[in-house]
Design a binder for this molecule. Structure first.
Ligand code: ADP
Ligand code: MG
Length: 450
């Protein structure tokens, strides 16, 4: 089933297969409706909830006279639930073609598959570069982790963790991983290119620090959706790094996947953004992320993070003292609503914090600050961002201002490292790669026709 729905080329070929069969003419319509009905329920496609939803959907369509033959539809629905077409598909020549694509997908990925352009930023283990896939023209951001740095600072588990989480998450509010490969010196994660760059660059480097209400509201709402997606997969994010023009949560190096109902331990996060319970060595859950959202909304509004003045960098112990004991200040830049939202997210006691009182993200989304946001439209990607990046500009610091990244001397890489590298470098991520070549295919067909 998942081959026919989740993998874009598998899906396309399955559609073609259905069109080639008289008895399956309307079948893909149904399949399409099923996948439209939302990813969260799709994993359990036989659940009665979906069944009811589809029927409801169809009745509405029928009412709108968009559907002519309801009995044929119900026949297809039964067929769908029996799973027969999927089995027939796997015996057809369309599936052989799919397997040929899969063979291509499994070809080794090396640096020669990409062109490298400019430096976009620097992280803890290496640089992030703009790059382009030679064969398709698709632009991505390549996050490189220097092998010697990873080894010196024992970052193996963290790197693998980030890669595996990115691979598993499929959300429009989180950066996607398209390829994972290695060069002689680096481990590379090829990620969705975010043309607007880092949100903090916009808060601090363009005009007066801070953003106008409309943007704060839009970004906060999208971060909220992204956090909800992560939390649904039992992932706590534990950072506050987001990229635009639409929001995508990035840098999942600190994210952690929790087994059902378990809590996280460990003082993990960025100085100044860690929640009081994280600093206080208490076990914690998603509450840490809602605190992080509070910090981000505060920062977008005030043009400075909570509990420190602009340009001030208190020592970690002092920053921790303030987070645990002091209340943040609200100047007149904060409207009544936004002040209420920030102070509920920045409640020191996680039990009293907005987002942590039972209903999770929906509690945050229901706050009056978001009353102008249509979250269903936002989730569907049908709301235009308030700020569109100028395609001629690059929204990050000058290349000269990004410090150079050098390799650590004296670190010797050996066989055990090789084992880790092969776990990390799994090549193309099916969903992403198939989308990429699929797009290319359509462009070619379009050009031919015109
Ligand atoms: P680290 O985990 O080492 O901190 P990050 O993932 O935060 O590294 O990346 C470092 C910087 O690179 C970011 O602050 C951002 O400016 C830039 N960057 C990272 N990913 C992307 C991307 N997908 N698109 C554009 N810029 C990016
Ligand atoms: Mg970072």
């Amino acid at each position: 089933y998942s081959i026919c729905v989740r993998q874009p080329i598998g899906k396309k070929l399955f559609q073609l297969f259905c069109q080639s069969r008289p008895d399956l003419q309307n079948y893909t319509f149904l399949l399409f409706k099923f996948s439209e009905l939302g990813k969260c329920t799709l994993s359990d496609e036989k659940s009665p909830v979906i069944y009811n939803d589809v029927i409801l959907y169809v009745l509405i369509l029928k009412h709108l006279s968009l559907m002519s033959n309801l009995s044929a539809f119900f026949r297809d629905l039964d067929l769908y639930l029996s799973g027969k077409p999927f089995v027939q598909y796997q015996k057809s020549m369309f599936f052989d073609r799919f397997l040929q694509w899969k063979a291509l997908e499994r070809q080794p990925v090396t640096k020669h598959c990409f062109r490298q352009y400019r430096l976009l930023g620097k992280g803890g283990f290496g640089e992030v570069w703009a790059c382009q896939v030679r064969s398709s023209g698709m632009m991505y951001a390549c996050k490189k982790l220097d092998k010697t740095h990873v080894k010196k600072r024992r970052g193996e588990a963290m790197a693998l963790n980030e890669k595996e989480i990115l691979e598993a998450v499929d959300s429009r509010f989180v950066v996607n991983l398209a390829y994972a490969y290695e060069t002689k010196h680096a481990l590379c994660m090829v990620l969705t290119m975010m043309s607007g760059g880092d949100l903090r660059f916009h808060i601090y480097n363009i005009g007066t620090p801070g953003l106008e209400r409309e943007r704060v509201c839009f970004y906060a709402a999208e971060v909220c959706c992204g956090l909800t997606h992560l939390h649904q997969m039992s992932i706590i994010y534990r950072s506050v790094n987001v990229l635009i023009s639409h929001i995508r949560i990035s840098d999942l190096g600190l994210a952690v996947r929790l087994p059902d109902g378990k809590l996280a331990h460990g003082r993990v996060g960025t100085i100044g953004y860690m929640a009081p319970e994280v600093i206080g060595h208490e076990p914690y859950g998603v509450s840490a992320d809602w605190w992080g959202l509070g910090c981000l909304i505060y920062e977008m509004t005030a043009g400075k993070p909570p509990l420190r003045s602009r340009g001030e960098h208190p020592k970690p112990p002092e920053m921790e003292r303030r987070i645990q004991n002091e209340k943040e200040e609200y100047t007149k830049m904060f409207s009544k609503e936004i002040k209420d939202l920030c102070s509920s997210l920045l409640a020191k006691d996680p039990m009293k914090r907005l987002g942590c009182r039972g209903s999770g993200g929906s509690e945050v989304k229901a706050h009056p600050f978001f009353k102008t946001i249509n979250f269903r439209m936002l989730e569907a990607g049908s709301v235009d961002p308030p700020f569109k990046p100028d395609p001629k500009l690059v929204y990050c610091s000058d290349v000269q201002d990004i410090e150079e990244f050098s390799t650590v001397k004296g670190v010797v890489l050996n066989e055990t490292d090789g084992e880790f590298y092969s776990k990390f470098c799994t090549g193309r991520v099916s969903r992403m790669w198939q989308n990429e070549v699929h797009l290319l295919h359509f462009r070619v067909v379009f050009l031919r026709k015109n």
